[in-house]
Design a protein around this ligand. Sequence first.
Ligand SMILES: Cc1cc2nc3c(=O)[nH]c(=O)nc-3n(C[C@H](O)[C@H](O)[C@H](O)COP(=O)(O)OP(=O)(O)OC[C@H]3O[C@@H](n4cnc5c(N)ncnc54)[C@H](O)[C@@H]3O)c2cc1C
Length: 462
Amino acid sequence: MKYDVLIIGSGPGGYVTAIRASQLGFKTAVVEKENLGGICLNWGCIPTKALLKSAQVYDYLKHVDEYGLKAEAIDKDFEAVIKRSRGVAEGMSKGVQFLMKKNKIDIIDGFGKVKAGKKVDVTDKDGKVTEYSADHIIIATGARSRELPSLPQDGKKVIGYREAMSLPKQPKSMIVVGSGAIGVEFAHFYNSMGTDVTVVEFMPTIVPVEDKDVSKQMERSFKKAGIKVMTSSSVESVDTSGDGVKATVKTKKGEEVLEADIVLSAVGIKTNIENIGLEDVGIITDRDKILVNDWYQTNIPGYYAIGDVTPGPALAHVASAEGITCVEKIAGLHTEAIDYGNIPGCTYATPEIASVGLTEEQAKEKGYELKVGKFPFSASGKAKAAGTPDGFVKVIFDAKYGEWLGCHMIGAGVTDMIAEAVLGRKLETTGHEVLKAIHPHPTMSEAVMEAVADAYDEVIHL
Ligand SMILES: Cc1cc2nc3c(=O)[nH]c(=O)nc-3n(C[C@H](O)[C@H](O)[C@H](O)COP(=O)(O)OP(=O)(O)OC[C@H]3O[C@@H](n4cnc5c(N)ncnc54)[C@H](O)[C@@H]3O)c2cc1C
């Protein structure tokens, strides 16, 4: 069977690429070994947000008296919370199935392996192998939870993100190793549900890729919520022989043994590049990633790679954008290469974090003279009315030309606010233009305008 475009993997990279390819008139197929929608829809972005919504509703209920309301016998049903999240994921996967049908994209069930001569072998669940060929083969096989040698995952007491979102029973205590987005989202979820949570982070701050002010605020908020935070610390070994887990943690002050029911390893991802034929075809990889150019072509003509298997941020919106760029280039459109300096990153714990561009530290290292503005949500009428005054918006501008270098937010709903900064930066806006763009009152988004005003010494509400 012959296709114009054949994609291996149906995550937000693969399925979005397939739809765009079909829109562009290509005869398209997607090979998938598991569920349509990949990690994002089945085991990542979406089911975690469903869990976090349950946590948020539960947190509101626990503090209902702060809103002048009364509720009695508030409780949670952990199994039902997990069930709801799995149901949301299942529904999203079915949605992708509908989109594939609507766009006349063939779905090929099985494990895909690239071969020389622009061919792909697909092994189905019964072991039957079928050969397909295509003018353009796109590898979008994504990634899985990374295992550290000191923290081997047994799926029961030492778990990865898949188990963390489908546990049959709520653990009484949990050690979360790693405080990137995945680690802090689960730490917040389990803490809200009533699990005793300790976060262990190797770097000196939690959410270490964020601006230092954001990391500090997150640590304050976590501690206020009752989450224990250990920074500059690493888990050296785990002992799972008893009822729970004993983790030996190396800290600045020496070694400490922590005990918990479960350890969640959230130390990053490992790409799915094994046994998919890369070596047979001669496709070059480096440090666990498939190397590609600006148009996602590998070193072998006719073979492309997008999403988590390639270098760059492992995010769903990046995977989708890369796939669209890749097929638009194949179609001969004058498409733009992706600007990796303008990709928003979001963390959906409480408080939420959203950022784009350079941190203050990075901007200084690059030699810019800066204008920095900050507006706390404690001074925002909307945040006060909503009962969510924690956090701030911080903006960083180049003092000389007014370029918007970075925007960093922490607080309620900021993941929906960061798009303003992404668009502003894309349109090369200046601080004065943001100031003259009237923001609605009362909204959390006013904090962006006020933070910019602060950078230019024109802030009103501080
Ligand atoms: C817990 C968690 C939360 C996350 N939250 C967010 C978030 O909020 N926002 C965000 O942007 N990102 C988030 N991510 C990251 C996001 O899920 C990934 O960046 C995204 O899914 C990558 O998309 P992809 O298409 O490259 O790969 P994937 O989504 O990993 O999809 C790859 C697909 O390929 C299939 N496959 C693999 N090998 C083969 C083969 N040989 N043959 C056939 N099929 C194959 C797999 O079964 C899978 O379905 C989260 C990740 C996790 C783990």
